[in-house]
Ligand binder design. Sequence first.
Ligand SMILES: *Cc1c(COP(=O)(O)O)cnc(C)c1O
Length: 388
Amino acid sequence: MNSEWSPAARVRGMGASVFTEMTELARETGAVNLGQGVPELAAPESLLKDVAAAVLGGANQYPPAVGFPALREAVAAHQARRYGLEYDPRDEVLVTTGATEAIAAALLALCDPGDEVLAFDPCYDAYPAVARFAGATLVPVPLALDGDAFALDVAALRAAITPRTRVLVLNTPHNPTGKVFTAAELAAVAEVCREHGLTVVTDEVYEHLVYDGRHRSIAALPGMRERTLTLSSAGKTFNVTGWKVGWVCGPAELVAAVGAAKQFLTYASGTPYQEALARMLGGVEAWAEELRSTLRRNRDILSEGLTRAGLRPFRAEAGYFVQADVRAWGYPDGVRFCRELPLRAGVVAIPTSAFYLRPDAPSSLVRFSFCKREESVRTAVEKLIQAI
Ligand SMILES: *Cc1c(COP(=O)(O)O)cnc(C)c1O
């Protein structure tokens, strides 16, 4: 051990996570893995063929740092067609290495040390991590528990704002809860952001996976386009989470700042994927409809199964996950439940505490993912019911 070495403060305590622990447990015990949100579902055949052809055809060198023009045009057309949002593909769309890099580059571009970033709690674990890389602090705004749903608490949002607040990170549809922000909730969030001059970074990677209701983009609300960076990616929409192709849309000055950070994170990536996705994105609606019906069925099997197993599920309107409260099985603590579940029932899940930032967060919630083959979800449900 080199005693002169220690990790930098920005990564201290960021070692192996509960995700790694649970994935390892699934491997060791052979349990059905409803932990990480890794799809077991197939990608569109034509997309795979197009990537293979692009690789063999020589599309293997650096793409432009901002992304291939054809993909930027496809993204701009997608935003216009679906949300009525017009972006100039020349300087208002930027291709990134997944939504993850888009989040990192956006917070690096928008935050100075000491700044505060708001995000609804629980939240995707990359947000606090990259805020810390930027020297900023992520301030959690609790999502309220409202029956079987998670709801915006506007008073909590207002209370979290200080003179150092610069950015609000929104995520709708929301991971890990499966919540879709309603029109009224988005309007309330938008009003607060306009009032306090906040920039919004909105992570919409599950935009096509809404099963009840529909996705709305906050950038489409009055006075919001000019202060909003909208992020999405191909991974969740096309079952290609390993490809890491994402994008950012926003006003040119904001996108240029994100691009300035992005060029020194990866410069560019994913040449053959970008070429193929440019074609696929134009026809996303037909594909997504089919994917939604598969995932909706899985969601229903899982939610009904959790109910039958006596674990109270929350409503999951979108995305990959159902939340359940495990107190009914006598566990006050989701971490202990998840450590014991592979042995007790042969199922792996993730404690939602891994996504909560505030110390007084609920501790008895557990996240089950259903982006799996129907057979995996059915098997998991049978095992849970047998283990009661
Ligand atoms: C999966 C996920 C991402 C990561 O997207 P990539 O394109 O794979 O980087 C970002 N945000 C949320 C909320 C996610 O669930």
